[in-house]
Ligand binder design. Sequence first.
Ligand code: GAP
Length: 433
Amino acid sequence: MEKIVSLCKRRGFVFPGSEIYGGLSGIYDYGPLGVELRHNIKQYFWTKFIAEREDVYGMSAAILMPEKVWQASGHTELFTDPLVECKICHARFRADQPEVIAEHEISHKKETIGWSEPKVFNLLVETKLGASEETAMKVYLRGEITQGVHVNFKNVLDSMHPKFPFGIGQIGKAFRNEITPRDFLFRQREFEQMELQYYIKPDEAEGKKQFESWKEFSLDWYYGLGFKKSSLRLRQHAPDERAHYAKDAWDIEYNIPEIGWKEAWGIHHRGDWDLKRHSEYSGADLSYYDEETRERFIPWDIECSGGVDRAVLFVLLEAYTEDTMNEEPRSYLKLATHLAPIRVAVFPLLKNKPELVKKAREVYSEIKRQIPSAVFDDNGNIGKRYRRQDEIGTPHCITIDFETLENETVTLRDRNTGKQERVDIKNLSSILL
Ligand code: GAP
């Protein structure tokens, strides 16, 4: 984990939030390469869960929502963690994280620690909207992106006229006042989620079938990010572990090297919890009338919910590889090509040979038209350029040398093996795309 945190800072993936002011716990900023990686993961979600499916619509709801939404969803009352306070230094921790508590006890060395009784602590982040203190209205930054979809259920129904079952997918920021944000991007206070709410007719057998199918779909999708089979597993929540809205819940977990299995993604059977509660609290009729069967019902919701930042972290942890190349140690990111922030780098063999630079610029311009994330690099010697690109996971490097000027071929180097082959310039795009 430390190696990834340091790589992220050094190579422009992720920086501590507002760092020059001392940072803000649980908040991170994405740099030039991180934002591309994150974008590629989100794009892959959007393609597979929304764009390629006929039964799913996309949407994007606002972050700020009135208090009543969160009362209806149960979050003001039930979205809580147990909190304990150290009686010596008044630091606060989650009572259900024994490793964090033990770590803190060790930090007090020989002093014997007393702990307060566990208190219920609500994770919602609240703020106010309005021009004066007296009239300002309490609103919440959404604690999960889900509710933005449920409150628009009727709008999508009325505007798109979908047939059941159908889904609504969304990607966006969520906010939680985590008591102990930790493990870098794993537990943050501001993070991004990618979710699908899949609405079905209320029926036990249909619910089970859809739940199983979305579990499999989610796991396949996660493997598509480049994980080995042995790095992921599915685990069912025990009844006392489930969120207040869940009839059944499973997690996709990632085996973090030297740490162990941690939640990456959740699949939840939310039943009619959300739509029923929003109907009650808003007064809007969120039932559906099926013309064919002449039934009126409140649909059930099968949810797939993943953290974008957790996916970024886990993808980086999985991709990080150390080996020896040309008798020198190297580290590289074995990123799937569709996720790499830079897909290809183009170099002139020598910076001080104008004819090589000119030709390299020509090749680069042509590739850049087709692969916008391509970069041009002529800094340092060729070996150093390869190492720099390996470290950030660039799958291919192209070098323009003297032979290029004679026969329109270049060397194409593979990141994982370091092997180079000579290929015709005219064949580059078919190989790279
Ligand atoms: N709508 C359901 C929901 O929000 P969740 O299990 O609380 O369920 C879903 O969150 C996913 O969001 C998690 O699997 C995780 O990937 C991500 N996530 C949750 N809390 C997070 C946090 N504090 N920091 C980063 N990611 C988080």
